[in-house]
Design a protein around this ligand. Sequence first.
Ligand code: ADP
Ligand code: ZN
Ligand code: ZN
Length: 802
Amino acid sequence: MNIAKVVVDVPASQTNKIYDYSIPEHLIGIIEVGMRVIVPFGPRTIMGYVLDLTDHSDVKQLKAIKSLMDFSPILTKELIQLGKWLADYTMSFYISAFQAMLPQALKADYQKLLHRLTTALLPEPLEIAFAGRDYLDVEELNKFDLPLTIVKKSIADGDVEMIYQVNRRDNYKKQMMVKKSATIEQLDEYGANLSNRAKKQRLLVQYLADLNEPISLKTFLAKMKTTRQTLQPLIDQKLIKLYEEEVYRHPFDDQSIQRTEPLALKEQQKKALESITATCSEQSHDVFVLHGVTGSGKTEVYLQAIAHVIREDKEAIVLVPEISLTPQMVNRFKSRFGSDVAVMHSALSKGERFDEWRKIHRKEVKVVVGARSAIFVPFENLGLIIIDEEHEASYKQEDHPRYHVKDVAIERAKYHSCPVVLGSATPSLETFARAHKEVYQLLPMPERSNFSEMPHVEIVDMRDELHAGNRTMFSRKLKETIEDRLAKKEQIVLFLNRRGYSTFVMCRDCGDVIQCPHCDISLTYHRKQNRLKCHYCNYQEAVPTQCPSCESETIRYFGTGTQKIEEALNQLIPEARIIRMDVDTTTRKGSHERLLKQFGQKQADILLGTQMIAKGLDFPDVTLVGVLAADSLLNLPDFRAAERTFQLLTQVSGRAGRHKLVGEVIIQTYTPEHYSIEFARNYDYQGFYEREMALRKAFQYPPYYYLTLITVSHPNINKAQEVTRTISQLLGKYLSSETKILGPTPSPIERIKNRYRFQCMIKYKNEPNQREVLARILLYYEEMMRKNDLLIQIDLQPYQLM
Ligand code: ADP
Ligand code: ZN
Ligand code: ZN
């Protein structure tokens, strides 16, 4: 096998193919499928993935691979196949798909080091290269005429390993370990020969005789109350061995975690679990929809299903939305499975994330808990994939490759013949409709596990408040109830949806709202820095003292950010102690955790926050949940607005009265009659589902129709519009007559970063040629995209219509 098939790191359609490269003599037998290599490409040298090896090529003059980046494959055969599928399915470039599958640390600029793991002699050339050091920069290998087979073999034997050092600060941690390297007999013999005065040595020998596991040098010396010098005779006699071991950075403090045992399941949990584990044991693929109200004990079902999978010596992936991936959530898994769990979370540092990935790569863990991209972990013996809160929009990647994680999960589960579990109290309509049609298996859990009642939900019409002369953001009912809970020393969660309620700046004279000069969106006021910021392009400016259009000085801040609410609340109920959680108070690492801990320890009465607090939190003393503005989501130009409102209100309501105390929920709104609010109030998922499905059918939206969104942008408005029009016409011509093409229309946000945006939407039921037609259109515009700054984005399953 002296030819490698390589995908190169040039994301463009002309280069979106597989190139043949010859493998130079010294790399033959070393390069494997799934490794990254450095190859010449035109005048440059770039990175590429080896997808296959062969000994035949149709190309006459092959260029040779320059060097290799990995000594062991970082993509499995399955992941290579998955990457190709992902690229085709999202209409992305192969390279983008593969890049999306790897953790950032592997892609970053890093130094590659060989790390010596053994004190035994290495093969001679390698020993010379190390020259007594523990680390060797791989670049240095080139200086020595060193056959790479030797390096590779030493890695395979576990004598050295390759590490990627992202930067100095992320330097990986290590500790010295002590290991017994002699038999009991040898130790006895040594002990017998000791002089009577060598008390310490005798104690050491005794201790070592009972030592079965390696122990850290530090602990060992502390226990024996001795110094390193006293170990020297033992080392010289080869009775013990000292060696360095890597200490993984602990993303969450593990010491404090107590082991938990499986709970005795309720009937509904038992039924659900049995269906899942039966499918696991049969090694067949199926998709389950675990529809359980908040507090029904879905997590316990996940935990026991995973335990089953581990017993069958297989691996499990648990996906949790980024914002629900709290220490509380992670601890529920760690407390059950201990060090068998790895966590993949974007809040971890690059180094930490790399550590976690490496544990998986080295097969040191059985369970991965993570956000969206954890679906790509290189497990080879997958037995179960769980997607918690499956309705969450964050499971859709909004950048190349635009995939929905459910589709990837199902693809992987088919390959491994294992089940996928989609869990939610409010499944997405797409998912529930499939369960209805028995494409997926429905596992209902309609009751709360601890038999506590669902909290009572009260709707407050904020228009009545206005009429009664209450101009604050707090209804009389909410204020009274907060005061009541304060008196009872119970806790309160107040929820504000950030989106649509950011603080903007308006002139009271002319009504002008200050806009971003590059985007059609108003600037948001940030109090801390006293600046205006654009959330789309990061443009910033100082807060003006005069209106830019009429020069009046009556500039005012409007809208209700969490900060403003906090201030208003302080005025209204001065005795309340408040913890605010939003993007501003949780940017620092660990602050999220710290604030929750403080609230858990009752250092505050009210937790005030955005989406962040809507999920997963479980505090026994919370007996009141307030939603300040339920309609903020309803007004978004999106056909899923009602669904999202219903989901959010149901989620938030689930935060109250989860334990012994009875909970209450107060929802403030200007549109109390809206069905999403009404159904959420009654916890009526089925009712909401039927009503919403009827509307989706009438207006031809998913799940009745599929959507494809094409967004065209260009600095020139006419150009953007003209291209979109042509695309719409071409689609009309080449797609089937039942398919509807909507557009061209300006996008809801017409301009971002000085680019004008137009869109057209394809609504279809069955369109087998769609990808081909779209691919031809892209090809047609290829040159204009390359030379003329045109951008065409295709989203085959849009979740963001902006
Ligand atoms: P969900 O994920 O469905 O919202 P959880 O898994 O968080 O529900 O469970 C809600 C509460 O019920 C938790 O405090 C959990 O410990 C408890 N619980 C779950 N299953 C059982 C059970 N079988 N017996 C007793 N308590 C349970
Ligand atoms: Zn902007
Ligand atoms: Zn003005």
